[in-house]
Unconditional design. Sequence first.
Length: 155
Amino acid sequence: MELETDLLADLIARKHTCLVGLREMGRVQMELVRQGEITRLLDLLSTKHKAMAELQRIEAALNPFRGQDPGARRWRTPEARCECARQLTQCEALLGEIVDQEKRSEAELVRRRDEAAVRLQGAHAASRARGAYTATSGPEGSRLDLLSDTQEPRS
């Protein structure tokens, strides 16, 4: 005979596994951000998106249990109930870690973006200066005119 709590325990175990995977992907994500490995980062984010979709499916499957009285649930054993409760507590801690990882990763991406913007502005300014110099350094612009008659004679 299958109990409703068997399904609940299975869903919590799947959620736990999914969150452990997301936490690990978050660690790798931060390394890729620090290394500037954008192509690999995009690949990882695609994989992470799939894991997030799986987590959403699990959360949807858990919805019927949310309104239940936990004390009224029938468990196979007290140990099964304790294990499920332990995993649920771990899930909450993992979720907190993942949110923290995401915030740090986002901050690092913003920092790297801002650094790249400063470098691009510097390159643009250097390009403009080079362009201005080359525009005035044609055959006539590179010589110094010492014979100009535009000066006022001294008295």
